[in-house]
Design a protein around this ligand. Structure first.
Ligand SMILES: Nc1ncnc2c1ncn2[C@@H]1O[C@H](COP(=O)(O)OP(=O)(O)OP(=O)(O)O)[C@@H](O)[C@H]1O
Ligand SMILES: [Mg+2]
Length: 367
């Protein structure tokens, strides 16, 4: 059956719920199985590294924001770290933030929502709809009208997803079952790659499918117990190999080339698990270094809570110290000034507010 980029790919095959010899030959190749071992090992190390940071919120602010920023960049939604952290530091600043910055923060919110919902309901169509709706900031529904197409940079159509709401529901139902069945012991990382292709090929929404799909990847790893927190930085890899990403997806559709696609994703998991773990270690080292520095240069100000706060809120303000019960307003202000004088934070005025920026942490997060 031939594939035509210009007409809806209604013949998109469902994913296997049992591992036939034919499927096994396509997706469990020797090269794939070798890479699965490497990627699983890196992922296990990342899972372990999360525990190296005392307060998990620290990882979530930093890494989630970076993942949100880079995933959105794939869609050419570009924002600077400065804008992003500022907008993250207060509702007033969020209102003033550029639409792109807001969009990035919505990605973070969608990922966080998905993560929390996982303990309540299965990773499936309803949750996909939620995630897409948060990303797009409007109620999204499974496409029921024709006309969605994927075009390349030159405007040429590269892919036309299937059409017809009923067909879409059936495909999504199959995808959901695939996510939750063992498929003859097929390794979850291979399943992750297959699931991501299938989600993008179904392309259930009119927009936001790439970002929704990348959030689902992380949620899948958590659902399978391969990751504890949504901290894998997979979008950094994808954005640095975007052409290959598109190309590899296309080759599954056009040539049935699963091996190349699965290897692409496995390499991504290996590299980003390693990068994310290194980042966690760097954050931990920086926390140690800044603890010593604070104890030495501002001993009256040092507390574990304050140190953790400037890692949780790299754009810190007096209000945050008050909210955390670290100090009342005047004292809080003195504390932050003292940390600035000691060279630990950088004060920046913005309207009536002064932000004390943990620039060293921002540098680590920006990689
Ligand atoms: N040939 C293809 N077949 C299936 N899916 C594809 C193909 N090429 C790209 N895609 C997927 O489509 C996504 C783009 O779809 P869409 O615009 O709905 O998502 P988005 O989140 O708005 O964009 P982006 O992923 O660029 O951030 C890509 O990120 C990729 O995951
Ligand atoms: Mg788009």
């Amino acid at each position: 059956m031939s594939f035509d980029r210009n007409s809806p790919y209604n013949a998109l095959p469902p994913l296997p719920l049992e591992l036939t010899d034919e499927w096994a030959a396509r997706v469990e190749t020797r090269r794939v199985l070798k890479e699965v071992i490497v990627a699983s090992r890196e992922l296990a190390e990342l899972k372990g590294a999360g525990g190296a940071i005392p307060n998990q919120q620290i990882l979530l602010t930093g890494i989630l924001l970076q993942e949100a920023r880079l995933s959105s960049e794939i869609e050419n939604i570009v924002t600077t770290n400065d804008e992003l952290y500022r907008a993250n530091a207060g509702a007033d600043l969020f209102m003033q933030a550029s639409p792109h910055t807001k969009e990035v923060l919505r990605y973070r919110e969608a990922l966080w929502h998905g993560f929390q919902e996982l303990s309540r309901r299965p990773l499936g169509t309803n949750l996909f709809v939620d995630i897409a709706s948060i990303i797009k900031d409007q109620p999204m529904r499974i496409r029921d009208l024709p006309g969605t197409r994927l075009t390349g940079n030159d405007g040429r159509i590269v892919y036309t997803p299937p059409e017809g709401e009923e067909r879409m529901r059936v495909l999504l139902g199959n995808l959901e079952r695939f996510i939750h069945t063992p498929t003859g012991g097929l390794d979850p990382l291979i399943k992750l790659a297959m699931m991501h292709y299938q989600f993008e090929a179904i392309h259930p929404f009119t927009d936001g499918n790439g970002r929704t799909g990348r959030i689902i990847n992380i949620l899948f790893l958590i659902d399978k117990g391969l990751l504890e927190l949504p901290v894998l930085y997979l979008s950094r890899y994808i954005i640095s190999r975007k052409t290959q990403y598109y190309e590899s997806l296309r080759r599954v559709t056009e040539n049935g080339d699963w091996e190349n696609w699965i290897l692409y994703m496995l390499t991504g998991i290996t590299e980003t698990a390693r990068d994310t773990r290194n980042m966690i270690m760097s954050i931990r080292d920086l926390m140690d270094a800044m603890t010593s520095e604070m104890q030495e240069k501002a001993p009256n100000v040092y507390s574990k809570d304050l140190l953790e706060l400037i890692f949780e809120q790299p754009y810190c303000k007096i209000r945050f110290l008050e909210n955390r019960g670290i100090a009342r307003r005047q004292t809080a202000s003195k504390y932050l000034k003292a940390l600035a004088e000691a060279g630990l934070l950088h004060p920046v005025r913005s309207g009536r507010e002064i932000y004390y920026i943990n620039t060293r942490l921002i540098d680590v997060l920006a990689g």
